[in-house]
Write a new protein. Sequence first.
Length: 282
Amino acid sequence: MAAISKTVLVTGASSGIGEATALRLVKAGWKVVATARRPETLAALAAAGCATARLDLADDASLTEAVSQIVAEHGPIGVLINNAGYSQSGVLETLPLDKVRAQFEANVFGLLRLTQLVLPAMRAQHWGKIVNVSSMGGKVQFPGGGAYHASKHALEALSDVLRFEVAGFGIDVVVIEPGLVRTRFAETALATMPPPSGPYGELEAVVARLTRDAAIKGGFARFAGSADDVARVIERAITIAHPKPRYRVTAAAHIFVLLRQLLGDRLWDTFLRTIYPQPRSS
């Protein structure tokens, strides 16, 4: 059996959960390679002791090049933290399909391709940790977020299958399901939304307001956590011998996933109508 390498690759490390995770792990003594589409955004992590590399999940050549570079400079990747992703907001009828495809390219297809690239070395050393940062949105769906929820639901399914397929090689697959987290994630989601208009205009306006309030202020914000809350759970998942298949992080994740399970489909729709205006014919 090959010697075990514990080099950690973190995607989407320029801000938020990825940045917090890279900082926490490098301070704990892990050999961390922080990646982002724009490497210049990783200067603070480089100063903290992380190695850095360019990685674009929508570019297969970038993934192959990044993995080759990391292996050459730091040895095989023993821990992959699939954190990069974003939320494409918008009502499903009005979303251009190229934007939905881009959502899946970043949140699902690129993630899977990167995982494929690191698995052979993990199998060879009979040890590895793959952490997929999903969302409570993989289990709980809200209006205006259909494309994002679909991508995270797909990630949940991929993770369940992958966990079984690679367990016999000594590789753990862990899903992290954050709820509301105080990062720039909401700002990015808001930037993807068109101005409210047409038959869904009232709904779109409320989705935008709630997205903004959840991250900044308002009723939902009290259930939010910090990026480091998530990073702390990720550190535990890759450190212990037998991590759980799933970890929910922040009060929002626990509350809303449980509520969704208890209410069922009809009552969940009724609950949503207390928060969102339901589009209908005038």
